[in-house]
Design a binder for this molecule. Sequence first.
Ligand SMILES: [Zn+2]
Length: 239
Amino acid sequence: MDEEILHDVLEANRRLPREGLVSLTWGNVSGRDPKSGLVAIKPSGVSYDELQIDSLIVLDLSGAIVSGTLRPSSDTETHLELYRRFAGVNGIVHTHSPRATALCQLGLELPVLGTTHADHFDGTVPLARELTAQEIEAGYELFTGKAIADCFELSGVDPVRIPAVLQRYHAPFAWGRSVRAAMDNAVALEVCADMALAMLAAGRPLEPIPTHITRKHQDRKHGPNQTYGQTAKRSATGG
Ligand SMILES: [Zn+2]
């Protein structure tokens, strides 16, 4: 397991309470090493300020523990299922952040309501269905991952382009190409959910913005000619 990724997973878990995304220990971050395929995740029930590098659990995609002495997060099976199904995703954040969770409880998906959303998500953040009684009995966390992955597969939505989901009656999951990107997407989702709730409180419908505005924001942040941030190409040419 790459040391830098372990460090990113540690830092991201510590960042959860600082970003206001978790109360108690209601959140966990994992990271996948794309070279080895191994996944590092937070141990179950350990407070964020007590976390250390060696308290993280490293597993393979089948769930076999490679290193770590503590019990992995109770949501581990969900993370593993998403890594198995979502190629290109190397970081996953699960929280019960209150505003995104409120949308889950209201049963609302999150359309592109403004450019803040468009910078991070290339379309509506979908609402994944709740689990059946049989699924909960058979394996709650595994079937949570299956319901989320199915939601993207069945609708043909690319999870790399829309790196988050709201699960009905439960809470959000966000992800990204890296652990840091996943964290940024989790923060962005909570901010966008906050703005959506403000619009609902003002009695306004959640109507999506014109697609050409979404396109522009996606392209300048993620497209081949991106102009956001300090890319190697720009600094190399002094641009
Ligand atoms: Zn949860």
